[in-house]
Design a protein around this ligand. Structure first.
Ligand SMILES: Cc1cc2nc3c(=O)[nH]c(=O)nc-3n(C[C@H](O)[C@H](O)[C@H](O)COP(=O)(O)O)c2cc1C
Length: 211
């Protein structure tokens, strides 16, 4: 199974819960006997650029009408789209920052949503995502506990991930949300990590049965 493994925590590996949980999941897959090949992307080191005027013009021009400059503006995005397309599965680990996804993951989304490459746009205005055959797992880590209580309505990361990947044809992504990892006592943090590991082990088993 070719897996694109994506990290986006601003913390270094030894201190990051999302990085640790992503690694844990891949180890569980191996333990389940899945033969995995990893394409690793650290979005804090390989930061995808914000959209530019050149990119916006080029992306909506039909391929055969693009100038060399337009092709150049899309080159990095073309390459990233191919990495995504070639993966059987995406494992995306990320912390919640200010109630939503890290901005580095947002520019990654902007980089891989491409007409004619990762989704089709038809003359009648309808669209169809092309990533329908991929398994996608989002591992999110949160300082607060958004499962209930005062922060319950504050989750602005799940909707954006579901919408953008759903648009690309990923209809049933898996979510494992580890929470609370910061705004709580030590015992609750340990329990949150244990719950997340249990859920990741379950997802690894499910994936191993459908490879
Ligand atoms: C800049 C910053 C903003 C954060 N914003 C939120 C937030 O809005 N809600 C929340 O529950 N936790 C928030 N947190 C806490 C992190 O989501 C939490 O500590 C998470 O476990 C970090 O994952 P990591 O260890 O992989 O970096 C924030 C942390 C940082 C550094």
């Amino acid at each position: 199974m070719k897996i694109m493994h994506i990290d986006s925590s601003a913390k270094i590996a030894e201190k990051s819960s999302s990085r640790m949980l992503g690694k844990f999941f891949l180890e569980q897959l191996k333990e389940q006997g899945v033969d995995i090949e990893i394409d690793y992307l650290d979005l804090t080191k390989d930061i995808q650029p914000h959209l530019t005027p050149e990119f916006v013009v080029a992306t909506y021009k039909p391929e055969n009408e693009r100038t060399p400059e337009m092709k150049k503006a899309l080159m990095a995005s073309d390459a990233m789209c191919q990495r995504v397309i070639h993966a059987d599965a995406l494992v995306c680990a990320m912390p919640m920052y200010n109630w939503t996804i890290p901005s580095t993951f947002k520019t990654f989304i902007d980089t891989i949503i491409r007409t004619g490459v990762t989704y089709d746009l038809f003359p009648d205005g309808t669209t169809k995502g092309k990533l329908t055959n991929k398994k996608v797992l989002f591992i999110t880590t949160r300082g607060a506990d958004l499962r209930s209580g005062v922060f319950e309505h504050m989750d602005a990361m799940t909707p954006v991930l579901k919408a953008s990947f759903g648009f690309l044809g990923v209809n049933n992504p898996e979510f494992v949300n580890a929470q609370p990892l910061q705004f709580s006592d030590q015992e609750s943090r340990q329990q949150a990590l244990a719950r997340a590991k249990e859920d990741l082990t379950t997802v690894a088993k499910q994936w191993s049965e459908t490879v």
